[in-house]
Design a protein around this ligand. Structure first.
Ligand code: SF4
Length: 443
């Protein structure tokens, strides 16, 4: 969601006559798009502001803006930091060009956030218009783009800040989404990822996510469709999975966080399912879409999590055989139900140990699943140069190292011509690791 917001802000600024550059020290304006989901993310923003403070000492006219969820959460408090000139919440991002221009011209520090975020109007047209700002130039990677299907969240998981910074859940009109995807396809986008905090709850009039997937599938030029993130619930579940099974363009990939394998912890998290129900949903998904790649999210060290609760999480991960898992250590977020009502009982050291242990369990599974792909040929959408390409610019055959992903979201690294970025390639997998497949380009 933040990557999409950054892309839209970039497009809006470019449209307003600004030029995007890489080095902060050369910039007139630096914007930090922020996340409030974890304390660590916010700490990194604060330390980056410290770094910008030094640059500002020799460039006092430089404008620094903090935008996104942290701006909404902290509001005026952020302006106490003298380095910050603009504080702009997620719902005010459409005003960003105006705010930046004003700050540059008038040298005034400004704040623009939503006062009562839960009362944010679902009919807010500026937000809807802003989705279209980019003129199709909002792909973060060649030929790939995120498209927002929904904004906000009404779920109120007890640990989560999102409902308080992104506001109420709103599904965008399907006609607007389709128009946007057509425009992106016209600009060469081949993969769209539909976004929502709980994207499987998409509902607009009589349309659900399965309908949206069908409509997007009919757009010429779009070859792959993904959607994230799914919440474990029966509602629309079969319809969505059947659409995935029926529609060749919909990637066989499901990201469905479980968060914990302990029913006691799930209840305290206000997640409305049990570990047994989650297991049942995953089994159903694999029945409807054989070979489905599933990824999960887990939080370790939540309030009251005992060793026994944690072992239940380990056991769930072992049963699920995820392609990969994102594991986070719990940190109480100010203003959430968990922060107000529950004690942060698990010591940091124990959270760290559990994090490491769970990742190790998953790594073994990912390694086994990756080995099953060895010696097969996979279709990859090429993203561009791999990280290693900068260190070792040309591989054995004089090609640089490229990176791409399969429809199931496996990362694939191989040597190939750079003009393949944004194109599909066939790659034979010759070596695997838990997170990355290595291969040779075919014909
Ligand atoms: S579903 Fe829960 S975890 Fe996800 S954004 Fe909504 S409140 Fe947060």
């Amino acid at each position: 969601m933040n990557k999409l917001d950054s892309a839209l802000v970039t497009a809006a600024l470019k449209g307003g006559g600004f030029e995007i550059i890489n080095l902060e020290k050369d910039a007139d304006v630096v914007l930090i798009n922020t996340c409030s989901v974890r304390e660590h993310a916010e700490q990194r923003v604060l330390s980056h502001l410290g770094f910008l403070k030094h640059i500002k000492e020799s460039k006092p006219n430089m404008v620094v803006g903090v935008i996104g969820c942290m701006a909404q959460r902290l509001g005026a408090e952020l302006l106490k930091n003298k380095t910050v000139d603009i504080v702009c919440g997620p719902a005010q991002i459409p005003q960003i060009t105006e705010l930046v221009t004003k700050a540059l011209q008038e040298k005034k520090r400004t704040i623009s956030v939503t006062e009562k975020i839960r009362q944010l109007s679902p009919e807010d047209e500026t937000l809807e218009e802003f989705e279209m700002v980019s003129d199709g130039d909002d792909s973060q990677l060649p030929a790939q783009a995120y498209v927002r299907a929904m904004r906000g969240c009404n779920n109120f998981c007890s640990y989560c800040i999102v409902p308080y910074v992104r506001g109420p859940e709103v599904s965008r009109p399907p006609a607007a989404i389709i128009e946007q995807v057509k425009r992106l396809a016209g600009n060469g986008v081949k993969l769209v990822t539909l976004l929502g905090q709980m994207v499987n709850a998409y509902k607009y009039d009589t349309y659900c996510l399965a309908d949206l997937l069908r409509m997007v599938s009919e757009i010429d030029g779009i070859e792959w469709i993904r959607f994230v993130t799914s919440y474990p619930t029966e509602e629309y579940y079969e319809q969505i999975l059947k659409a995935m099974a029926d529609l060749p363009k919909v990637c066989h990939y499901l990201h469905m966080p479980a968060q914990s394998g302990s029913d006691k912890i799930l209840k305290a998290m206000n997640r409305n399912y049990t570990a047994g129900k989650y297991l049942e949903l995953i089994e159903k998904a694999r029945e409807i879409v054989p070979g489905l790649a599933i990824s999960g999210d887990f939080m370790v060290g939540f309030s009251g999590e005992t060793e026994e609760d944690f072992e239940k999480t380990v056991s769930l991960v072992e049963k699920m055989r995820y392609k990969n898992c994102f594991v986070f250590k719990y940190s109480p977020r100010p203003g959430t139900a968990a922060e107000k009502r529950l004690q942060d009982t698990v010591p940091e050291e124990v959270k760290r140990e559990r994090n490491i242990k769970l990742l190790a369990v998953q790594e073994k599974i990912s390694d086994e699943l990756a080995k099953e792909i060895l010696e097969t040929e996979v279709k990859v959408l090429v993203e561009g140069l791999s990280k290693k390409a900068g260190v070792n610019p040309c591989g054995e055959k004089g090609y640089p190292q490229l990176v791409g992903r399969t429809a199931e979201d496996w990362i694939v690294v191989f040597d190939g011509p750079i003009n393949l970025a944004g194109e599909f390639a066939k790659v034979k997998i010759t070596k695997t690791s838990p997170l990355t497949l290595f291969g040779e380009i075919q014909g």
